[in-house]
Design a protein around this ligand. Structure first.
Ligand code: ADE
Length: 232
């Protein structure tokens, strides 16, 4: 069982996020548990303030350290990174993180039993969170979101579908894009003719060696066109 605790100022964002498809089934099967926690519950002032102006000046607001420390302490039982169990990961979603990959999704799905996801907001998060609490500071790509919430949904989806038993067919995660060196090959289904567009003949003839050869060549062409960086 993988336990996912999300620390956010928008817990409502996650209300239905995990209620669809594979992730819903994985929850129903008891493979994963997800819970979104309102960061404001860990403030101690009357107005539940979670952000403040940056030292040194500059634009925007910074998420304060104390509520995040209190939240991580409550959810993990620990006040610093060194005290976590080896199966506990605390992930900060931020555009300053290292870029999320399928390899990290596989690592988390195999090795973690408890993940705390901290959703950054505004111009940033007090750096002491990274310094003392976070095991992995992760960006989902080289673009800036208004907050870490969509990134947490993306990462949780990618991790949960890799949990043993989450996919109907255990082999279906090993053939797809990024598990090997190429993008996945193209797929077609019925009808064979549609609006003047036809399915490649080789796929209709049942010669499995030919089909495998065609798929490899088509995957190469697609990788060359869309992701030439993968071929280097
Ligand atoms: N927060 C803002 N931008 C982000 C990104 N690209 N990845 C993760 N968290 C973010």
């Amino acid at each position: 069982m993988l336990r996912c605790d999300i620390i956010t100022i928008f817990p409502e964002f996650f209300r239905e996020a995990f209620d669809y498809g594979i992730i819903r089934r994985a929850r129903a099967a008891g493979l994963v548990e997800t819970e979104a926690h309102d960061l404001r519950q860990w403030t101690s002032d009357k107005h539940h303030v979670v952000d403040d102006r940056p030292f040194g000046g500059g634009e925007g607001m910074v998420l304060k350290a104390e509520p995040i420390f209190a939240g991580v302490r409550e959810l993990t039982g620990c006040s610093n990174r060194e005290a976590y169990s080896p199966q506990t990961r605390v992930i900060l979603l931020s555009p300053q993180g290292r870029v999320f990959t399928q390899a990290l999704a596989e690592d988390l799905s195999r090795n973690a039993s408890h993940i705390v996801w901290i959703c950054g907001r505004y111009e940033g998060v007090d750096e002491r969170v990274s310094e003392a609490l976070v095991t992995d500071e992760i960006s989902i790509g080289d673009y800036v979101l208004s907050g870490g919430e969509p990134a947490a949904v993306v990462m949780i989806d990618a991790v949960v579908r890799l949990l043993p038993g989450a996919l109907g067919n255990e082999s279906s995660a090993t053939n797809e894009s990024f598990s090997q060196d190429l993008l996945d090959h193209p797929h077609y289904t019925r009808p064979t003719e549609f609006s003047g567009l036809s399915v490649p003949d080789v796929l209709l003839k049942g010669n499995h060696a030919e089909i495998a050869r065609w798929r490899r060549a088509a995957a190469l062409r697609k990788t060359q066109r869309n992701r030439p960086d993968l071929l280097k």
